[in-house]
Design a protein around this ligand. Sequence first.
Ligand code: NDP
Ligand code: 2IT
Length: 448
Amino acid sequence: MSISQAIEKIEAQYAHQPEFVQAVKEVAITIKPLYDAHPEYEALKIFERLVEPDRIFNFRINWENDQGEVQVNRGWRVQFNNALGPYKGGLRFHPTVTQSVLKFLGFEQIFKNALTGLPIGGGKGGSDFDPKGKSENEIRRFCYAFMRELHHFISKDMDVPAGDIGVGGREVNYMFAMYKNLTRESTGVITGKGVGFGGSLMRTEATGYGAVYFLESMLVTQKEDIKGKKVLISGAGNVSLHAAEKCIALGANVITVSDSRGTLHDASGFTQEKIDWLKAQKEQSKPLAEYVDIFGGEWLAKQKPWPIKADIIIPSATQNEVDEDDAKQLVENGVKYVVEGANMPLTAEAINHIRLHQVHYAPGKAANAGGVAVSALEMSQNSVRQYDTFEQVDERLKCIMKDIHDSAAEASEQYGQTKNGYIDYMAGANMVGFKRVADALVAYGILN
Ligand code: NDP
Ligand code: 2IT
């Protein structure tokens, strides 16, 4: 079956899972040159095998709210592919979580993890639990209840979760505690743990910092400098605020962050002091809008950051947050770089539009791989029971991000996708990630 036939099959079979189909098509349309050069991939049905997860666990979570009422949620763990190492990928707690969303994230994670060059396979999990408005006690009870179910399916050398939307250090620590309680094992079964009891220094910062390191490589390639560039960031969570922090440290002018309620625009630019305030505000689940009373700027209720003029955007909130109309506006405003902090933040139409207009585009699976890369370093540190310094981890992260950038750029050139100096990072990254996994599958025969 050719790739186009495989896409048709997926579209028909999984029409009810639109995010998953979108993620599969994004990879499929760019790997044709690689597939054509390797007839063994088609012979062994590598693509058809890779779009079907190894298995999906689907479970119920019962927990009690502060009023003593029983609450019921759904939970999943998608073990997508372990050709390169243990299944690895985050857990998302958000009311929009469905099997389709977790399959798209798990599918992306296979190739992202391959791009890091570290021995990790791809997986994802989560729940439709909504952390908003929940008390600290309710969050803790839910995390315990979630791990009481999940622990049956994971272990340090088989499947290692981490955080994602709605799951940060606090939630990881609660889940780790329940895993330890149930198994009496003190191992690296989940990453993003607190520093001092198994967590790696820099894991919290890694995704946002890594995305900016990737951006720096793109800028160097174009003989440009980050200093003074105007940057729009969406989201105000882990990825967004650390991306903002690193941009600011390198001399860029970050002028927006956002959340599900709207956009905060500070034309004078955020400073480290302002970012620290924003971190504290979000940690207490308080409104971003209160910033204006203290630091000035404007609160744009129910609006996205994209109409504001800038040089660079780093969408870092959620999937499909930049649509075709947004993309048109960005191109019109002269945006030159799009670096995906989030997973699949651009719709397929938005990607087409910006690539057509030669906006330099770093896809999420390359640009946001720094988080899972440092998770893999945390796994290594847990195994040897020795810990690296912040500087050591940062140095490794910089090398990994540069390597991802360079290998994607080289693959774009090698397979004829670089045209008039415009590097197709999307095609390059997909081909590098896909090839690493496909070659392992070929070597294994027809298992995996
Ligand atoms: P957080 O939960 O820390 O922050 C998420 C942010 O995005 C919040 O500001 C939230 O606003 C906003 N947001 C979430 N959903 C929506 C929505 N539907 N509409 C508008 N705003 C929304 O998550 P992370 O920073 O960890 O994750 C952000 C993105 O980065 C996700 O796509 C995730 O998959 C990706 N990612 C995360 C990694 C990590 O290490 N954490 C690694 C690689 C990718 P509000 O608070 O109002 O809900
Ligand atoms: O999307 C992602 O790469 C993550 N949420 C991080 C996964 C991880 O295992 O650190």
